[in-house]
Design a protein around this ligand. Structure first.
Ligand code: NAI
Ligand code: A1CAB
Length: 259
């Protein structure tokens, strides 16, 4: 498998780090191109991929191209590589660049899959949504899913649900980290050091999530198990409810889904 990243920003760095650490399928080469060659070289040394100097070199030296630039950069990228993509498998993690959009570009001879990842792939604990509609060969799609399974939970969704799925899992780490920061601030306010505060809150989030996934129990059941009658937790829970925690979560999703 010869993989080439177009763009090496936050998301591509997370994926490349995840693949170099956790890939359970043989990756023969991992290359990347980005316009800022100094930064690219720094990331290459840190993560362990091969930096290349041009988009042409990247595409010609890879069988699988991972598009990981910003949506507004796609036109410039495609202008340069459109004619080189024949026979390649293209994975897009670019918001909005799904199969329908790709087909509207009429790029002949390239096979395509839209994947919505999240940043936690860097820790091997990501979420990766595969759009059901795709034009990969069946065998190569299975290989792709195995590769991405090395860095997280792979789930297939129909095109019509990729927007909401990607909002929950792709944007989700930002919401969760806001929560972590807020509770760490509260711990610091009462005297715990910042370093310990982040560890305590992050481990609590991770453990709560893992228990829910492993047990399959309703989150409300797990919440109730923590809330002793007349105890401390229920005071915190009712305060969050009074201050509109659930509503704020819902509204954050509604805002994104307006696009
Ligand atoms: N950051 C995240 O958590 C997630 C991001 N995504 C998607 O991943 C894509 C990248 O997002 P980020 O990594 O956050 O952005 P970023 O801004 O950190 O990275 C963009 C990369 O593209 C490169 N680039 C710019 N122009 C280029 C060109 N002409 N040719 C090749 N490379 C070029 C930049 O130098 C940079 O390395 C976006 O389309 C976004 O929708 C998807 C899921 C999660
Ligand atoms: O904020 C964004 O547009 C990208 C897509 C999902 C996560 N980050």
């Amino acid at each position: 498998m010869k993989i080439g990243f177009i763009g090496m920003g936050n998301m591509a760095q997370a994926l490349a780090s995840g693949f170099t650490k956790y890939a359970k399928v043989k990756v023969h080469s991992l290359k990347a191109f980005a316009p800022n060659q100094i930064k690219l070289k720094e990331n290459a040394d840190k993560i362990g991929f091969t930096p290349v100097a041009t988009l042409t070199e990247l595409v010609e030296g890879s069988d699988i191209i991972i598009l990981a630039c910003k949506p507004y950069q796609m036109d410039t990228v495609l202008d340069e590589i459109r004619d080189l993509l024949k026979g390649k498998a293209v994975i897009s993690v670019v918001l909005g660049w799904n199969l329908k959009k790709w087909q509207s570009e009429q790029i002949n001879g390239a096979r395509f899959q839209f994947v919505m990842p999240n940043i936690s792939v860097a820790a091997g604990e990501g979420v990766l949504l595969f759009e059901e509609e795709n034009s990969l060969f069946a065998g190569e799609r299975t290989d792709m899913m195995r590769l991405f399974e090395s860095v997280g939970l792979v789930t297939e969704l129909p095109a019509k649900l990729m927007g909401i799925g990607g909002t929950i899992s792709g944007c989700g780490p930002a919401f969760v980290n806001l929560f972590i920061e807020a509770y760490a601030d509260a711990a610091v306010k009462y005297g715990i050091s910042r370093e310990i505060a982040y560890k305590l809150v992050s481990a609590t989030v991770m453990g709560s999530a893992r228990l829910q996934l492993m047990s399959g129990e309703h989150p409300a059941v797990l919440k109730d198990k923590v809330c002793s009658p007349g105890g401390s937790t229920i005071k915190g829970v009712t305060t969050l409810e009074r201050e509109g925690f659930r509503r704020a979560c819902q509204l954050s999703v509604d805002e994104i889904m307006k696009n």
